[in-house]
Design a binder for this molecule. Structure first.
Ligand code: ADP
Ligand code: MG
Length: 621
C-alpha cells in the first residue's frame, strides 16, 4: 500500500535533487526493483540513457490503485511516519524518485502483480498523466524513461557525452550487482550486453565478472560477526593495490555508500602491508543494526552517519588487519582460478574497454627509477664479494622484531585464519624449509609442503634492510660511520637547496652532511651498512632520486626514498649470499609484518604448487 507522507515526515527527509543525470534514474529504478523483491533486474539504455532507460524486474508489481500514487511526490509504500526513518532497510523511503523522474521525462510503467490476471500500462509525461489502461504483461514491473530532460534543456546541457554517461551507469550497475550477488543483474547498452551476473549468491563470482581474473584470484575473504555489526566480503591482497581509491567499495546493509570513515579504517589496516600512496581493493558489506546508522543525510542516499557507540572504525580496522596478518600473501606464479563462470563473461568486460581496466600486474614503486637504480659497476661485487667486510647476518646486527602476536579478540574470526597453519612465511614453517639452491644468481628455490617457493634475494634483502632502517629510525638507533677522507659533493643549486632543506632528515638516517662554500657539501659519515660502498656517485644517485620527487615532496616521502634507496645500494654492495646467509635472510624476512613485497612494491616471494607443475606436465588434466 502506497501512502502519502505527512508534512512532518517530509520535513525530516533530506531534501534535494534526486535526478541530475541518467545514472540517478538507473540507480533509483534498480533500487525500486530490488525493494520489490525481484531476483532478476535488467537495465537497458540507449545514448547514455538520455534517449532511453528501461528497467525491468520480476518483483511484486504494483496494484492498480497505487499506480498513480507511486508517481506523486512523497508517496511511498516503504515508510509510514518519521519513526520508521530509524529502521530503514529498503533502498527507497522518500517517495520522490518516480515523481522526480516522471517530471523530467516521458515515462511509461508496465506492471503486473502475480496474483492479478492483468497488468497495467501507465504513461506520464512531464508529471502529467497521459494514459492508463489494462494490458497483458509478465509478472513484475518495467519502467521506461524516454527523452530525459526533454522539458528542462538547462539540465540537459550539463550532461556529458553518451559514452561518459554510459560509463557512469555501468559503474552504478556494477556496484549494485556487487552489493546483491543473490540477484541476477544485467546491463545492455545500445544493444550490447555489458554486465550479466548470475544471481547465484556468490560475491566472488560477481567480482570475477566485474574485475576479472587477476583480482578474483588475489582475494581474502572477510567474515566477522560481532554483537553490533558484522562484516562480510573480500579484500584484495596488497599485490592488487591501486593508485586511486576507486576500488574501495563499501556497502552498509547492502546500500552502496561513500564512507570516509570505513575507507580510512581499511587504509589504516593496510598500512604495514602497502606502499605509501597505494590503495587497497575492498569489497566490504557492513551489516549493522539499522538504528545505529542514519541513511537520511544525503539526497541521493550516498552518505550515511554511524552512531559512535557502534565503534565502526576500530572494528573494521582490526578485522581487516587480522585478516591480512593471517593470510598467505604470496603471489602464485600460475594460479588456477576456481570460478564457475564461462570465459565469455570476461570477454564482455574486455569489450568495455579502458573504463574498468585495472593494472593487472603490480606496479613497481616507480618504473622510471628502475634504470637510475641500476648499480654502477664499481660497487657491484665483481671480485666475488670482496667488499663484504662483515656478514650482514651476524647475530648482533640482526634486530629481532617481535612476531606480531595473534590477538585472541573476536576480530580474529576471519575465514583466512584456516589458511594460517600451512603458511610458508611463519615461524612454524621455517624449520621445515628445504632450501634447494639458487638460480640465475638471484632466486632461491625453497620447497615447503606441496609448494615450491621462489624468493627474489634482492627484493627480500632490500625489504629486510628497509624494515631494519625504518625501525632504527623510529628508535633513533641508526648507526653511522665516519668516512675518511670525507666525500665532497658539488651540486647544482636546485639539488643544493634540496639537500640543505633536508639536512636533518639525512642526519636522522646517519648521513652527516655539511654545507661548505656555495653549492659544495662535505659528507663526513654514512649509515654503517653503506660504509664499505659509500662513494660519491652513490650519494649523488640518492640525491638525484630525491630531486626527481620534486621540491614539494613531503618529509615522509623523502624519508621513504632515502630509506629505500640506501637499502637498495646496500643490497647491491653485498651481492652474494651463502646458503646459511640466505637461511638467515629468510628467517629475518619471515619475522616482518609484511614480508611479501619489497619497499618498491615488487613481490619478494612467489609460489608454484605441485598441482600446477603436474598440470603443466600433463600428469593431471
Ligand atoms: P520510494 O522508493 O522512496 O518509496 P519511489 O518514488 O521510488 O519512492 O517509488 C514509489 C513507490 O512505488 C514505492 O514505494 C513502491 O511502492 C512503488 N514502486 C516503485 N517501483 C516499483 C517496482 N519496480 N516494483 C514494485 N513497486 C514499485
Ligand atoms: Mg525508490
Amino acid at each position: 500500500m502506497i501512502n502519502i507522507l505527512s508534512k512532518e515526515t517530509v520535513d525530516k527527509i533530506a531534501a534535494g535533487e534526486v535526478v541530475e543525470r541518467p545514472l540517478n534514474v538507473v540507480k533509483e529504478l534498480m533500487e525500486n526493483s530490488i525493494d520489490s523483491g525481484a531476483d532478476s533486474v535488467s537495465v537497458e539504455i540507449k545514448d547514455g540513457g538520455v534517449s532511453l532507460i528501461r528497467v525491468t524486474d520480476n518483483g511484486s508489481g504494483i496494484e492498480k490503485e497505487d499506480i498513480p500514487l507511486a508517481f506523486m511526490r512523497h508517496a511511498t509504500g516503504k515508510l509510514k511516519n518519521s519513526d520508521d526513518l530509524m529502521h530503514i532497510l529498503t533502498y527507497g523511503f522518500r517517495g520522490e524518485a518516480l515523481a522526480s523522474i516522471s517530471g523530467v521525462s516521458q515515462t511509461e510503467l508496465i506492471t503486473k502483480r502475480r496474483e492479478d490476471l492483468y497488468g497495467y500500462v501507465y504513461r506520464i509525461e512531464g508529471g502529467e498523466e497521459k494514459h492508463f489502461e489494462e494490458i497483458g504483461a509478465p509478472d513484475g514491473t518495467s519502467i521506461i524513461v524516454r527523452n530525459l530532460f526533454y522539458n528542462v534543456p538547462a539540465r540537459k546541457k550539463f550532461l556529458k557525452t553518451a559514452s561518459t554517461e554510459s560509463a557512469h551507469i555501468a559503474d552504478i550497475v556494477e556496484k549494485t550487482a556487487l552489493s546483491r550477488p543473490d540477484i541476477s543483474i544485467r546491463l545492455v547498452a545500445d544493444g550490447r550486453s555489458l554486465i550479466h551476473t548470475s544471481g547465484n549468491g556468490s560475491l566472488r563470482d560477481v567480482i570475477y565478472t566485474v574485475f576479472g581474473r587477476e583480482v578474483s584470484s588475489n582475494l581474502i575473504e572477510i567474515n566477522y560477526e560481532g554483537p553490533q555489526l558484522s562484516l562480510s566480503g573480500y579484500i584484495g591482497k596488497p599485490v592488487i593495490s591501486r593508485s586511486k581509491r576507486d576500488f574501495e567499495v563499501v556497502f552498509v546493509n547492502n546500500r552502496y555508500i561513500h564512507s570516509s570513515l570505513i575507507s580510512g579504517a581499511c587504509e589504516e589496516a593496510y598500512k604495514p602491508f602497502m606502499m605509501q600512496h597505494r590503495f587497497p581493493f575492498i569489497m566490504l558489506n557492513v551489516n549493522i543494526l539499522p538504528e545505529l546508522v542514519d541513511v537520511n543525510v544525503h539526497p541521493q542516499k550516498m552518505e550515511i552517519r554511524f552512531n559512535p557507540d557502534a565503534d565502526v572504525y576500530n572494528t573494521v580496522r582490526d578485522v581487516i588487519r587480522e585478516a591480512l596478518r593471517s593470510s598467505e600473501l604470496i603471489v602464485e606464479a600460475a594460479p588456477s582460478v576456481k570460478i564457475s563462470r564461462e570465459e565469455k563473461v570476461s570477454d564482455n568486460k574486455k569489450e568495455r574497454g579502458e573504463k574498468l581496466s585495472l593494472s593487472r600486474a603490480p606496479e613497481p614503486f616507480e618504473v622510471k627509477k628502475a634504470a637510475v637504480m641500476e648499480p654502477p659497476s664499481y660497487y657491484r661485487s665483481e671480485t666475488g664479494g670482496s667488499y663484504v667486510q662483515q656478514s650482514l647476518f651476524k647475530e648482533d646486527t640482526v634486530i629481532k622484531e617481535p612476531v606480531p602476536e595473534k590477538k585472541s579478540s573476536d576480530a580474529g574470526a576471519t575465514s583466512a585464519a584456516c589458511e594460517l597453519k600451512d603458511r610458508f612465511i611463519s615461524k612454524e614453517a621455517y624449520s621445515e624449509y628445504n632450501i634447494i639452491g639458487q638460480v640465475f644468481g638471484t632466486y632461491w628455490i625453497v620447497e615447503y609442503k606441496d609448494k615450491m617457493y621462489i624468493i627474489d634475494q634482492h627484493a627480500a634483502h632490500e625489504k629486510v634492510l628497509y624494515e631494519r632502517r625504518i625501525k632504527e629510525l623510529k628508535n633513533k638507533t641508526v648507526q653511522s660511520q665516519n668516512i675518511l677522507p670525507p666525500i665532497i659533493l658539488e651540486l647544482n643549486s636546485v639539488k643544493a637547496q634540496l639537500v640543505s632543506d633536508n639536512i636533518d632528515i639525512f642526519s636522522e638516517f646517519g648521513f652527516e652532511i655539511e654545507r661548505e662554500a656555495g653549492n659544495d657539501f662535505i659528507v663526513r659519515a654514512v649509515p654503517s651498512d653503506l660504509y664499505s660502498i659509500a662513494e660519491k656517485n652513490l650519494l649523488m644517485e640518492i640525491i638525484d632520486g630525491l630531486a626527481e620527487e620534486g621540491a614539494n615532496a613531503s618529509p615522509e616521502i623523502l624519508k621513504d626514498r632515502i630509506a629505500s634507496m640506501s637499502c637498495k645500494a646496500a643490497v647491491k654492495g653485498h651481492d652474494r649470499l651463502s646458503e646459511s646467509e640466505a637461511r638467515e635472510l629468510l628467517k629475518e624476512l619471515l619475522e616482518l609484518e609484511n614480508p611479501y613485497a619489497c619497499p618498491h612494491g615488487r613481490p619478494t616471494v612467489i609460489s608454484m604448487s605441485k598441482y600446477e607443475l603436474e598440470k603443466k606436465f600433463k600428469r593431471i588434466v
